[in-house]
Design a protein around this ligand. Sequence first.
Ligand code: SER
Length: 889
Amino acid sequence: MKAAQVRSTFLDFFAERGHERVHSSSLVPADDPTLLFTNAGMVQFKDVFTGHHKRGIPRATTAQKCVRAGGKHNDLDQVGKTARHHTFFEMLGNFSFGDYFKQDAITWAWELLTQVYGIDPDRLVLTVFAGDEHMGVPADDEARTLWQQVSGLPPARILGMPKSENFWMMGETGPMGPCSEIHYYMPGTPAGMPSTDPEHASWEGWVEIWNLVFMQYERRDPGGPLHKLPAPSIDTGAGLERVTSVMQGVSSNYDTDLFTPLLATTADIAGTRYGAAPEADVSMRVIADHARASAFLIADGVFPDKSDKEYVLRRIFRRAVRHGKLLGIEEPFMHRVCARVVDEMKAAYPELAERATVIHEITLEEEKRFRATLDRGLGLLEEEFSRLRAAGDKTVPGDKVFQLYDTFGFPDDLTEIIAGEHGFDLDQAGFNEALDQARARSRQAHNTGAGADELLKSLADELEATRFLGYEHTEADGRVLALAAAGEQAEQAEAGAEVAFVCDQTPFYAESGGQIGDAGEARTGAGARVEIADTKKLAGDVFVHFGRVVEGTLGVGDELRLAVDVDRRDRIRANHSATHLLHLALKRHLGDHVAQKGSLVAPDRLRFDFAHFSPMSVDETRQVEDWVNAEIRANAATGTEVLPFAEAKQRGAVAMFGEKYGEVVRVVTIGNESLEFCGGTHVRRAGDIGLFKIVSEASVAQGVRRVEAVTGVGALDYLRRLEGELGEVGSRLKVAPLEVVGRVEKLQDELRALEREVSGLKAKLAAGGSRDLMSEVQEIAGVKVLAVSTEVDDAKTLRETGDSLRDRLGSGVLVLAGVGADKVTLIAMVTKDLTKRIQAGAVLKAVAEVAGGRGGGRPDMAQGGSKDPAKVPAALERARQYVAETLAD
Ligand code: SER
């Protein structure tokens, strides 16, 4: 049975039993900032289990893409060495949301494995939870009894296991419960019945193929108590790679058809065969595994970079490249293995085909970059090893690891592996410190705030979330709850003081989601006035106003009238709404791979970063502008709704990567079609945007482009600036602005004609201009000699002049000095009939010596130069003298 069939059989089986087929969610958990990557099938249903969101359907089945590779302690270094460690894998699952429970889950699992897949029951063993007093969760006797009834296996084959094995939790918080695992005994491996004592268990030859979790509890805070779920639920997970290895009767996942094509492609590129040498096989398995993770992550919008998810991908990818080098592959190749992943998996995961170009571009570019520094980095590391050996040291210092990371793009774990191979380890703490320092430096460089961050954080800890009134109002009252002046906590601040303050409520929008904070002013009844320059948000949604007291005294407890600068806010609104339209327009015109990577919404402009790998053409830019402007003119009213997250998602609202969403979310409709999750402030109708104009488009990072644009008043300002420039050019050219191009073309023609004329005149000047150089010919020892200087500074013209003078001489010796402002070009020529008696090279040498320069050449022609125009007359005199001496001999 092919892997594809193992997958579809599973989904069909549960679909026939009333489960909705749900597509795998993204590897980037859209609604869960606590997780780096989706690591199990249940992740997308987390809030359904906890009762936070209702789903229309009580049962679902999925094949979920998963990545387990993040964090410090991961199994990355096991990948390739073992039969079953992977960074990327697929999890098959069936889920019940408060519908069926243990009975059906157990019955169906057994039926599917033994009757549909036809797995021999004698090779299966089952585990159940043995209970945990500390947690207050009893042994799962119900599951044990059910397994006995359903499977008919003897009691000895149903093992009770402790919490470490059979209590599943997604993370420190989230839904959890006791679980039951099904293990399969691989043929051809040593016998050994698993023991219930985990210390002495012999699990060799056994592989866990399916985990049934009986979701019953939820932990809301790390280390906190267990809460009972509203309804007991089911979450199961079967590793597709493992089940497939069982079905295909092979002892390693890598021998299944999920991997063999990738191994074959890699072997092909390396000019070898999988199975020929154990070391090379490890490398090929690493490459096959990492190519899967890379292709799938890139398809979900994660591009290799220096931090977070992006860094995990870079680590994975660069490890694979290094293994390619170990195999002797000297050209970029990962894009070819990733292309094979796309081909093999696109039927089950169509997003791979949609993003094939992005995957190709990103992998090729990333590999090229890494290869460009790999050898230099390895060289540096070798030097470091020698130094350490000489010093009798075993640890690569943290700053070296950081240098490799920062300058050569070596992920720290790659350095660790290479160091390990040479018998060294890393000062990981030192590296982390260097990394933290670098991040702090860059934060500092970007920090424009009032520098009272630490203080404010401590203030904010004691404050409630600020009530935000700015969706409905731009003016409102608030009371000062906390105040800082000149970086110190204060009760009062006098006129002239720089302040940061928090109120119980405010109409000022605090910077978030790319939209910058509001500015404006605040007044007290007692006559104090504060100019507010910016508003920012601290943890716990506490809004801080930054500004300066310009009149009177501001104090804690004061009642304030807070007024947002409405004109500025209106410009921000227009730019924010236009950003949404731009996002959709880019998707429409450049393709679905366009995903938002960041944005900035300011009063004067908007900036939008997105995944795309080539510059936008003029046509594409116009199409995008046209589409956005058509939406603006259609003037639809903006809609905002607050919805449960799942419902918003179901309605197709576009969520951003890396954004944290609460249980209920705000979704905004701009124009007729754009629907996005957004907490920002927007125009009332699309027409309020006025005009949308892109002003620049450029690359900001690998695979990420940036568009800057202006709207409304900003667009008018921009057009006026252009018009002003054009008008200025026109007035200098003395034509109307729209006639500038014609006038410039004419000027260019005139310039070309003048250039031609100048070069003709130069040649004439070199030939002596009005002075006829031929009149200066002398006869020395019966030979015509012409040794003169002329004002010409380019060698080519001088040579041409020399040629014509030589021809006019017919027979003789010619020495020309071309004198420029600070250099002299020297040419000597001797007509062919005389070269036996005197050689141009020798003449020039004699001349150059006196001129303080150098030169040489053939008997009939030699060239040289000096930097000293003052010595020319003496040098020419030397020429005549040299001819006289030589011909006299
Ligand atoms: N959540 C469980 C696991 O990951 C079952 O799906 O093993």
